[in-house]
Design a protein around this ligand. Sequence first.
Ligand SMILES: Nc1nc2c(ncn2[C@@H]2O[C@H](COP(=O)(O)OP(=O)(O)O)[C@@H](O)[C@H]2O)c(=O)[nH]1
Ligand SMILES: [Mg+2]
Length: 215
Amino acid sequence: MIIPTLNEEKNLPKVLEKLPDYVDEVLIVDGHSKDKTVEVAKKFGARVVYDDVGKGSALRVGMKEVTGDIIIMMDADCSHIPSEIGLLVAGIQSGFDICMGSRFIQGGGTEDMTLLRKFGNKFFVSLVNLLWGTNYSDLCYGYRSLRKDCIDKLNLESDGFGVETELSIKAAKKKLRVLEVPSYEKARASGEGKLRTFHDGWLILSRISKEFISK
Ligand SMILES: Nc1nc2c(ncn2[C@@H]2O[C@H](COP(=O)(O)OP(=O)(O)O)[C@@H](O)[C@H]2O)c(=O)[nH]1
Ligand SMILES: [Mg+2]
């Protein structure tokens, strides 16, 4: 699994200690954290690689380095419930190429989104569904799994928080089999989130436009 980190020393131990036993590879892609994130990761036996750019770029670096057949993408801020990995793995084992956690189907939920972010996400997901004929219920959510052999097909290029949107759109363009499973997003345990509503909302809209123009 791939976990991008930026200054998550307080949260990361709580995530790593709860990972199910069957997770056999933990790859941390750290954005040169100024705190003890890397020390914590190594203490838990995780492999650490580095990336200086942003969450999207960190995930791309992770996708190059990871060796497992089923890849889980997970945040380090305690927002994602480790036991839900079971659903993400089961989706791939059942024949899907990508399995996406959704906060907006029965069983899912969020305590980490302002009303404005919920509205933005709803607007973007409706736009994507309209343009690509998909039936997504969530878009900007990073708890996902995919088969390793899909990575080359996706050819991701987003550096920042547009990466989930790009993945969802490209999965539709490439006609990959996508499953949504419910996921409950908890509030970040400690520290500040790095997503900036307007800056990253604009980034997501630009990504949707770019994908539409490039067909
Ligand atoms: N490597 C790396 N990780 C990042 C960066 N920005 C955020 N992350 C990590 O990506 C995950 C999600 O970030 P977060 O700030 O919680 O975003 P939000 O939940 O969308 O508000 C967390 O594990 C962060 O530590 C970055 O620039 N580089
Ligand atoms: Mg978060």
